[in-house]
Design a protein around this ligand. Structure first.
Ligand code: PEP
Ligand code: MG
Length: 546
């Protein structure tokens, strides 16, 4: 029998299931406010200790962050506001959960990465209650290689596991940016998240986990095991076999770059042989900043990324604050419809000085490095916006000026928009959300937010054809560039470069090396003429292979 979920870390593993059960607290938990605060402080200390003892960097960082949350004065204050008398309350659970609920809903409303951090708050609340009620459970002890199955995996669960024995992780909840996904990628083991039925598997049952396609097979046959393992090995071998700049089979160069949010990402990009940074998301440097960094500080931050790519190209994107990426010092206004509101370049309407200072800092940083700096603005919708951005960027000393094409308006009128600038980059995450009118953060709509949808492919085709007519480069820097078959289709539609997570680069490079340009064009035409994302993807896989 097979189950499916979202594959978030590739690889194939076979082994017995070990389940991590959550402690259930059903009874009332009597305590005084003093005891509650002491328990919370103790939880913070335990988390700090776990952070020190865990060997995996990503788990350590998250545990340290959780320890800080548990000590946050705002949280202590919120609990204190609900437990005001110096008495032993018959049950403190409602007060604790209610205090945490306020923080949780604030994170949830931000969506995406932030929404998935709600699990951190749950973890701290449950640990505090467990400590007060004396129901803390010891971590699962592993003595043999196992497939770890859980409702969700918190960093504290991970810290308590002997990761030498964890062959794969499968969880019922979570998304691509959940802890399980992060930890699994850090360990290099397969993982599946959002596997709805996984908790129904019996403890000890033998399962196969394929973290690439998100398949879990219970009691797999030898032939099923060998099919999955052989395919995985072949894909890895192909990725390892091609080095150097991106090329199609016929020699057509396709620049393959990596996306980065900071200097560490840029170092990873250089390590996998990226030909540059195709998207430097500058807002990611500032998501936790209440005050705008000074121009000098910005110069240093930008320079640290540029220097990691010395001798190559870096495409910096000006602040894409707003919507799914709220930057505290810039997004003061609550909006009914933030994805359609004041975000990206539109912030010139409400916080123009911030963008002026950023452009100044970028120009200064660019003048100090031996890196080829290109700069683009997000959420450009009209030719007038493109013209205005280009003028201001050039005044700041920036030589190569471009726009992100992320809205249907920009794509449909790309002949006019791109006439104002030197290059374009298709932000297919947003372009898909806006073409399909489906929130990219809403997992209930994930079937609609697929770049494979022919409506999205046709829109990309319009923009890429206009760029070609103007002889201007047009890349893709959305998630779609990381899918090998979709990458080939995008090239067939006229895209000239691709930028993706560093971890995806080798596979895309290996795949494209086996396909010529004429095939890309033919397949792009055929899949654009299907009537659904599923049909388009299936046809591309059939014609291009795995
Ligand atoms: C995109 O929208 O595709 C993109 C690359 O930008 P972001 O994901 O940062 O919005
Ligand atoms: Mg975008």
């Amino acid at each position: 029998m097979a189950l499916s979920g979202i594959g978030v870390s590739p690889g194939v593993a076979v082994g017995p299931v070990r389940k991590i059960a959550k402690a259930q607290i059903v009874n009332a938990v009597p305590a005084s406010p003093r005891e509650v605060f002491a328990a919370l402080a103790q939880v913070a200390q335990d988390l700090e200790k776990s952070a020190e003892s865990v060997s995996l960097d990503v788990a350590r960082d998250v545990l340290a962050a959780q320890a800080m949350i548990a000590q946050d004065p705002a949280l202590v204050e919120a609990i204190g506001a609900r437990l005001t008398d110096d008495i032993t309350y018959p049950d403190v659970q409602p007060a604790i959960l209610d205090a945490f609920a306020g923080f949780k809903s604030a994170l949830e409303s931000l969506g995406g990465y932030f929404a998935e951090r709600v699990a951190d708050l749950d973890e701290i609340a449950q640990r505090t209650i467990a400590k007060l009620s004396g129901t803390e459970t010891a971590g699962l002890e592993l003595t043999a290689p196992s497939i770890i199955v859980a409702e969700d995996l918190t960093p504290a669960d991970t810290a308590a596991l002997d990761l030498n024995f964890a062959k794969a992780l499968v969880v019922q909840k979570g998304g691509p940016t959940s802890h399980t996904a992060i930890v699994a990628r850090g360990l290099g083991i397969p993982a599946i998240v959002g596997c709805a039925e996984v908790l129904s598997i019996a403890e000890g049952a033998s399962v196969l986990v394929d973290g690439r396609d998100g398949t879990l097979i219970i009691d797999p046959t030898d032939s099923e095991i060998s099919t999955h393992q052989t395919r995985e090995e072949a894909l890895r071998a192909r990725a390892a076999s091609v080095q150097g700049p991106g090329r199609l089979l016929d020699g057509t160069p396709i620049t393959l770059m990596a996306n980065a949010g900071n200097a560490t990402d840029a170092v990873s990009a250089a390590a996998v042989g990226a030909e540059g940074i195709g998207l430097f998301r500058t807002e990611l440097l500032f998501l936790d900043r209440n005050d705008e960094p000074s121009i000098d500080e910005q110069v240093e931050l930008y320079k640290s990324v540029f220097e990691a790519m010395a001798g190559h190209k870096v495409i910096l994107r000006t602040l894409d604050a707003g919507s799914d990426k709220p930057v505290p010092f810039i997004n003061a206004i609550a909006e009914e419809n933030p994805a359609l509101g004041v975000r990206g370049w539109r912030l010139t309407r409400t916080a123009d000085d911030v963008l002026t200072r950023q452009l100044k800092a970028v120009g200064l940083a660019a003048s100090k490095v031996a890196t080829d700096i290109w700069v683009m603005a997000p959420m450009i919708n009209t030719a007038a916006e493109a013209r205005e951005f280009a003028k201001r960027a050039r005044e700041s000393g920036i030589k190569h000026v471009g726009v992100m094409v992320e809205t249907p308006a920009a794509a449909i009128s790309a002949d006019k928009v791109l006439a104002e600038v030197d290059f374009a980059s298709l932000g297919t995450n947003d372009l898909t959300q806006y073409v399909m009118a489906a929130d990219r953060l809403d997992s209930r709509l994930s079937d609609l937010t697929s770049t494979w949808h022919p409506a999205v492919l046709r829109t990309i085709s319009i923009a890429a054809t206009s760029a070609g007519n103007l002889s201007k480069p047009i890349g893709v820097c959305g998630e779609s560039a990381a899918n090998p078959q979709l990458a080939a289709v995008l090239i067939g539609l006229g895209v000239t470069s691709l930028s993706m997570a560093p971890s995806a680069l080798a596979e895309v490079r290996g795949f494209l090396a086996g396909i010529d340009r004429a095939t890309c064009v033919r397949v792009a035409g055929l899949v654009s003429n299907t009537s659904s994302a599923e049909e388009a993807k299936a046809l591309a896989v059939e014609l291009l292979g795995n």
